[in-house]
Write a protein that binds this ligand. Structure first.
Ligand code: SF4
Ligand code: ZN
Ligand code: ZN
Length: 312
């Protein structure tokens, strides 16, 4: 038997398994934006200048649209940021999609190129450094987002981390005994720390799944990049994600409850903040014991190398 919309009784277009409810398209949009508002408000967010980081993927495109729709209610001064990573066609297409969609919204935006900050493109750096592409790319994006938002006096950066991402990140941290990774980041709100030149973070989709983000894009006719980044092949996080298929069959609440449990244990621990210090080179925060952040180390490595720059 097909499910009905829990609000109006029409045939449901999507079923939210963890809550065992269905929604028609219209009421799904209301539910989705209500979730964004509820998640932020419950975590103590009460407005400010927010820069939403938009890659062109379904999660961040949905976030940009949803925040644009709820910004007045949440007292948000919103701006969008797109970082061009120079990853072949993937980056070209992502940038085109961002440029096309942002014009439909009444918000300011900025596009920057990672290589202007790093001195090389992401594919060039990946060839040089023996680390997984996504881990290099992630650290570069985090540094650039923080710098731009800090320099432009923004209070928060909002990112499109969804329930599938965050739950899998925690799962992988446990499976690989990276207990520190269980303790840091990935909460709904990380407050700004101006004394450390650190902009706050918002993750409003932390309790929303990929499936819901995709449906939000489809119902709103929002374009998004629908092919995978060529550097993501073999990414470990993607493999760990498949574990949820089994767990969710067993218990549709498992992923949601798992994530909530870790975040709640963390709160209960009243842990001391991980010690952050300003990087000796760029002045932005780092946990490194020699007080030189990973971005500056990477940049130093690039400077001392002979990267083949033909594709620049
Ligand atoms: Fe960067 Fe990995 Fe995302 Fe590609 S998949 S854009 S390498 S983080
Ligand atoms: Zn309905
Ligand atoms: Zn640094």
């Amino acid at each position: 038997m097909r499910k009905k919309c829990v609000v109006c009784g029409r045939e449901a277009s999507i079923v939210i398994e963890r809550a065992r409810v269905g929604f028609c398209k219209e009421h799904f949009l209301e539910y989705y934006e209500r979730m964004i508002k509820k998640t932020l408000k419950k975590s103590g967010f009460n407005g400010g200048k927010v820069m939403v980081a938009v890659s062109g993927g379904k999660d961040s495109m949905a976030l940009m649209y949803a925040l644009s729709n709820v910004k007045n209610e949440l007292n948000i001064d919103l701006m969008a940021l797109h970082i061009d990573l120079s990853i072949d066609n993937y980056s070209k297409e992502s940038r085109n999609i961002f440029e096309k969609e942002i014009k439909k919204l009444n918000i300011d935006y900025i596009i920057v190129e990672a290589r202007d900050y790093l001195g090389a493109s992401i594919p060039e750096v990946v060839k040089l450094v023996r680390k997984p592409a996504c881990s290099i790319c992630g650290l570069v994006k985090r540094w650039i987002m923080n710098k731009i938002a800090y320099d432009m006096n923004y209070d928060y950066i909002a990112t499109g981390h969804n329930l599938d991402d965050v739950s899998t990140y925690f799962l992988k941290a446990m499976f690989t005994y990276r207990d520190d990774d269980l303790l840091r980041g990935n909460e709904v709100i990380s407050p700004p720390r101006p004394e450390l030149k650190m902009v706050g973070r918002l993750r409003p989709q932390i309790f929303i799944t990929e499936k819901e983000n995709l449906f939000y894009c489809e119902v709103n006719e929002i374009s998004y990049i629908d092919f995978e980044c060529p550097l993501s092949k073999g990414a470990l996080l993607k493999k760990y994600k498949t574990i949820w298929e089994t767990a969710l069959k067993l218990n549709p609440m498992s992923q949601y409850n798992f994530t909530r449990s870790i975040l709640s244990i963390r709160e209960k621990m009243h842990r001391d903040d991980i010690k952050l210090k300003p990087c000796k080179i760029c002045g932005f925060p780092t946990t490194a014991s020699n007080e030189i952040c990973s971005f500056c180390k990477l940049k130093e490595k690039i400077k001392n190398s002979t990267i083949d720059r033909e594709d620049r």
